[in-house]
Design a protein around this ligand. Structure first.
Ligand code: UGA
Length: 441
């Protein structure tokens, strides 16, 4: 089948590459000429395990092409996927500017029936806006071409995106007629084997499903983070409580790990946008507001720990940070808790020596060269003469380090663990002063 994907960002690249890998003929369109040139040379501008090889293989096979020419894209695919960004507007609502620009482009250039698929995370009602923009363009051209609009939100996790696409838990398709539903089903059939995972529903419900899923997951995390703060004060260990409650299948073990707050390009933005939509429709979303507040406070927790131990005078102190990306297996720094910590340390006059297995270039791009930031070549270099080690992201490589080396390198044997990677009793037995999250044994 012929597929066009607008937007060669995270979602667009994974979607386009996976469709091509299933044998479809895919054209990806992006307005960023530099990015397109890179992609044409087989260079993948984001870090996602497995994407490089899959992308270049399908490019060589001639099933995956990149262009800046929107007309070429519109003329190519029966399916026109919109996978451009929806950044948060100043007031917290999703900025639909890019999505509607693509809709306009499709309306200007289409010369045959098209299925326009919203893949970007967009507020309820966006499909109607897309329909009206495309319709307007066609009317201006005096054209009576037909088209359909579909909501097909994506549920990819960074770091596991290929697997999530190829073996999805569910494929949500919001449609308003059976013919489009059948065509979408056919397109997704390579990823929908063994048992039917495609859930077809009306468009508005599909749009809301995406926000509901992310808001639910974010709520689970904020709930656990709040509970960890209570556990600490009560002298209870949140890790035991986590295992205790997770055993109830109604609760489950997934996504109840306490930590130094959730980040990334999705949860913070989507919870905020859903709360904003609710308010627009005259509903005050108490729980969604609380989820955001708890998360904002939780991102301060590492700095609080530092002040607890070292006091408020941090001028001249140096802190080693392990893990900067918002989670392991990505180089994505968007809304990462490490940023809140680094910025607070710099404000207090402290030095940061940091290491992340993938995000170093991204950190350099964001913060540039600074006298109070040293980006280290490996995790142990970051420890040299630092006052404490702070773990912000639970990369696998940090789980079993050489603790003797850590103790020797640090000025003081202090570990502040924002992801509960280590066990308090073991750390204490090794002579470390150890702070975890919610570990008030
Ligand atoms: C999230 C969702 O998991 C995807 O299903 C969704 O498609 C995606 O957003 C999106 O809307 O595009 P992602 O942002 O890649 O995916 O990251 P997650 O793995 O969900 O992690 C989000 C944050 O929650 C991270 O900062 C992580 O450290 C934190 N987290 C996660 C916890 O603090 N505790 C947990 O138990 C789980």
């Amino acid at each position: 089948m012929k597929v066009t994907i607008f937007g060669s960002g995270y979602v667009g690249l994974v979607t386009g590459t996976c469709f091509a890998d299933a044998g479809n003929d895919v054209v990806c369109v992006d307005i960023d000429a530099e990015r397109v040139a890179q992609l044409q040379n087989g260079e993948v501008p984001i870090y996602e395990p497995g994407l490089d090889d899959m992308l270049t293989f399908n490019q060589e096979e001639g099933r995956l092409r990149f262009t800046t020419d929107p007309a070429e894209g519109v003329n190519h695919g029966l399916f026109q996927f919109i996978a451009v960004g929806t950044p948060a507007d100043e007031d917290g609502s999703a900025d639909l500017h890019y999505v509607l620009n693509v809709a306009q482009t499709i309306g200007q250039h289409m010369d045959d029936y098209r299925i326009i698929v919203d893949k970007s995370t967009v507020p309820v009602g966006t499909a109607d806006k897309v329909r009206s923009v495309v319709g307007q363009q066609l009317r201006e051209r005096g054209s009576s071409l037909e088209f359909d609009v579909v909501s097909n939100p994506e549920f990819l996790k960074e770091g596991a995106a290929i697997d999530d696409f190829v073996k999805p838990d569910r494929i949500i398709v919001g449609v308003d007629n059976p013919r489009t539903a059948e065509l979408m089903k056919a397109l997704y059939s390579p990823f929908n084997r063994n048992h039917d995972r495609l859930i077809s529903m009306d468009i508005r419900s599909a749009e809301l499903t995406k926000y509901a899923a992310n808001a639910m997951l974010a709520t689970k995390i904020s709930f656990m983070n709040e509970l960890s703060n209570i556990a600490e004060r009560l002298g209870a260990d949140i890790e035991r409580v986590r295992i205790g409650i997770g055993s109830d299948p109604r609760i489950g073990y997934h996504f109840i790990y306490p930590g130094c707050g959730f980040g990334g390009s999705c949860f913070p933005k989507d919870v905020q946008a859903l709360a904003h939509t609710a308010q627009e429709y005259d509903y005050q979303p108490e729980l969604l507001e609380a989820v955001q507040r708890v998360n904002r406070n939780q991102k301060d927790i590492l700095m609080q720990r530092i002040r607890e131990y070292f006091g408020d005078e941090l001028q001249g102190r140096t802190f080693a940070l392990w893990g900067l990306a918002f989670k392991p297996n990505t180089d994505d720094m968007r809304e990462a808790p490490s940023r809140v910590l680094m910025e607070a340390l710099w404000d207090a006059g402290a030095q940061v020596q940091a290491y992340d297995p993938e995000a170093m270039d991204e950190v350099e791009r964001i913060y540039g060269e600074r006298a109070d930031l040293e980006l280290c070549d490996n995790q142990y270099d970051a420890l040299e003469d630092a006052d404490a080690l702070v773990v912000c992201t639970e990369w696998q490589v940090f789980r079993s380090p050489d603790f003797e080396r850590i103790r020797q390198a640090l000025r003081q044997p202090v570990i502040i663990d924002g992801r509960n990677v280590y066990t308090p009793s073991v750390m204490e037995a090794m002579g470390f002063t150890y702070y975890g999250i919610g570990r008030g044994e």
